[in-house]
Design a protein around this ligand. Sequence first.
Ligand code: SF4
Ligand code: FE
Length: 482
Amino acid sequence: MALMTGEQYVESIRRMDIKIFMFGERVSSAVDHPILRPSLNSVKATYDLAHKPEYEDLMTVKSHASGKKINRFCHIHQSTDDLVKKVKMQRLCGQKTAACFQRCVGMDAFNAIFSTSFECDKKHGTAYHKNFLAFLREAQENDWTVDGAMTDPKGDRSLSPGKQADPDLYLRIVERRKDGIVVRGAKAHQTGICNSHQVLVMPTISMGPEDKDYAVAFAVPLDAENLFMIIGRQSCDTRKLEGTTLDVGNSEFGGVEGLTIFDNVFVPNERIFLNGETDFSGMLVERFAGYHRQSYGGCKVGVGDVLVGAAALAADYNGANRASHVKDKLIEMVHLNETLYSSGIACSSEGFRTESGNYLVDLLLANVCKQNVTRFPYEITRLAEDIAGGLMVTAPSEKDLRDPKLGPYVEKYLRGVASVSTENRLRILRLIENLTLGTAAVGYRTESMHGAGSPQAQRIMIARQGNIEQKKQLAKDIARIE
Ligand code: SF4
Ligand code: FE
């Protein structure tokens, strides 16, 4: 089943015994819970879109491993064209969900581990690339959603993994057995963890030889023994429990995060992709981060498209659409959004072939892309709120709108232009609220800041890749300095 339908995906998750906790209680499955279901729906969209003929070229591709048609989210990039199409696919998915559709983390982990395991094997004589290829083939064949897990809780940021007061603050190997390893630790902020088939774990920082037990990469199914997750709270999350849709803003799609705990989880040898080779930890982190920073030049742009559209509609609905300052603000939003896209496309076009044969993005441009993402969505959001007006946060609830006594007053006094219903005006304002302050703000705002690495992480990479010495030489040449 190299290409599952959305429904088949939903049923495949329902069949798994994933241990999810929320509000202090075990949740039977992400499929039927009103807070979790929108997150699952976003991933479902990556399956549904793959069956639409008009998106076939973006959403599907021929596997380099099996020659079969697969979902691009499971693909190993074979060219810069593949890298460009990846970004375009993410923009499309962002436009269709206005949320984080979660599946990119696995795709980015696939590609980072593919090349890193190859180079590690070459140096150390290990067999991680072969292990990984077998896992990849299974992932492609079963059309799995794989959650890439990188971020450890990290405890005291001034201390390396092994020096922490609690040694589990970075995920580590606690036992080495003949048939595999046992790992303990946690991965934080894992979007999509509750509706993935497998989790692909990677180290979170480059490490020295003393941190051997922390330099580990592997895959396990989400319903592995001793693996469980605690779902994170989001602003306005319980609105999804109220049984109304208008107040949620985006009632179909979303994304939720979980603190994922590995409480002595066994990993068989054939699913280990790094085990103590600390000298490859940094490479893996750098490549994964590069791919995921490229990703943000697609997904956040797609969500930005929806926000620009919502702001423009809000202006239409209250009659402000012809004001020159409103037009100018919309132009500015488009300009910022397309600037993000430009760097997403640029780092893809300037990608290069790795020793293993897959393609990696231009790391400088990918980091510039993500650095812009830490800023521009905030300005786009500010402009959207400006255009939306205060009603975005003061409007009564859907229940008031539907109330026989109060409804007519809400209708009457909150109407903008006469040709548009009050309900539609409120729908657009709630969508803007959702994207800027509500559950989707996790994915559009704060994730723009910290997802794929906080701003300083990109600045370190920009410093490393910026080649200032070469630029000094250019200046010397022009200034005729010997
Ligand atoms: Fe994909 Fe964007 Fe979500 Fe990352 S934040 S998983 S790139 S949609
Ligand atoms: Fe992310």
